[in-house]
Design a protein around this ligand. Structure first.
Ligand SMILES: [Zn+2]
Length: 387
């Protein structure tokens, strides 16, 4: 069985989860329901999110495994008392971007291949992606097609199954004038309207760049992909002169706000894919914020406590300053609510395939260590940090 997920496999896995409650959710612009489930009957509520970026398969993979373990009380989760907590799972926040990235993967990886063959393709991708970063360091101005993009050079909207007609049309439109490099659909981080959910705030630096008609590109190996037009890396919102949140974020925002106002909120963990990092520190000065200093300090201290607990099991580095320029959505949430962690999972980089490039030494320990870390952070959120 091919372990690289796609949209249909995710839906299948979710349909087979018996102990979870399927909740009323929201649809994306193109009509895809954002899967939302809960488990537990306690008064301490925790929110867990994966798949914010379409190309970050391992984050979806991880949250699905977490849902299975928690709701079936498996292994390290067998002594967590579901009468004490309620967990809200949003395992695939960006179904559209996920459909795009995983459709591209299928042009190289399919269910008839052996697991060894799949691992080899992923390893090859990982190495090329890494080499692309090295090459950009040596020659910053080089915007040629990257090695990892070369692997998917012939892919276009046609690799997306016909049943996803709106997504196909939108991708076709984005790529028609060739400002986006060939092969770059593999890293489709945005939703199918070309909006990057984690830059979808009024404070995003990208809004200014677009208004000032700057030419800005992605970092490192993405230095040939513009971030000021709709595309795989995405722009902050659909109309830069009239800011709006995407439905995928409204779901999360409304949920956190409701739980917080009802005094049920305990914390939120957002899972991303690569880097082996823990983002925990709120940068209040990056966002309009009217919290008093004492309250700001209280939030900072709580977040640090949780981040240190998470670090015990993963040895991930605590990242506290990358956010200043970028002004991300998770950074914004962190200034509004305490106990928001963003975890970058795999130490092996290269979305979407890199994390699967070494199953024994990267993928399996990544999943296992993060399950342990999450279990212990959940316990800490429930017992010690109730708001
Ligand atoms: Zn991400």
């Amino acid at each position: 069985m091919n372990y690289i997920l796609d949209y249909d496999k995710v839906l299948n896995i979710l349909n087979n989860m018996k102990n979870l409650r399927k909740m009323k959710s929201i649809n994306t612009r193109m009509g895809y329901e954002v899967p939302y489930y809960t488990y537990g009957k306690g008064k301490n509520h925790i929110v867990i999110v994966g798949g914010t970026h379409g190309s970050e398969i391992i984050s979806v993979d991880f949250v699905l495994k977490l849902m299975d373990k928690i709701s079936n009380k498996k292994d390290e989760f067998n002594d967590l008392d579901e009468n004490k907590f309620t967990i809200h799972f949003i395992p695939l926040q960006n179904p559209e971007g996920f459909i795009i990235s995983t459709s591209v993967i299928k042009t190289l990886i399919n269910d008839t291949m052996s697991l060894d063959e799949i691992e080899k393709v992923c390893k090859d991708y990982y190495l090329k992606y890494k080499q692309d970063d090295i090459n950009v360091k040596e020659n910053k101005g080089n915007k040629e097609i990257k090695l990892h993009q070369q692997m998917f050079i012939d892919t276009n909207y046609e690799c997306i199954p016909k049943k996803h007609e709106k997504i196909r049309e939108s991708v076709k439109e984005m790529y028609k004038d060739e400002r986006l490099p060939k092969g770059s659909m593999i890293c489709f981080r945005a939703n199918a309207s070309g909006i990057e959910l984690n830059r979808n705030t009024r404070f995003s630096k990208g809004l200014k760049d677009i208004k000032e008609k700057k030419e800005v590109y992605g970092l490192n190996r993405y230095n040939n992909i513009p971030t000021t037009i709709k595309g795989p890396l995405g722009i902050p919102c659909i109309d830069v002169n009239n800011f709006s949140y995407e439905n995928e974020n409204i779901l999360l925002f409304d949920l956190l706000e409701k739980l917080y106002c009802e005094k049920k909120y305990c914390g939120c963990i957002l899972f991303h894919s690569t880097g082996g990092e823990i983002y925990y520190k709120p940068i209040f000065e990056s966002y309009e914020n009217n919290l008093r200093v004492e309250e700001q300090e209280k939030i900072s201290n709580k977040n640090l406590e949780l981040a240190l607990e998470y670090q015990k099991y993963t040895e991930y580095k605590l990242t506290d300053n990358n956010d200043k320029e970028f002004n991300s959505f998770d950074g914004y949430l962190r200034t509004l609510y305490p106990n928001i962690l963003l975890i970058e999972l795999s130490k092996m980089g290269g979305n979407p395939l890199g994390p699967y490039g070494d199953i024994k030494n990267n993928y399996i320990p990544t999943i296992n260590d993060n399950l342990k870390a999450t279990r212990n952070v959940i316990e800490l959120m429930i017992n010690k940090t109730s708001i």
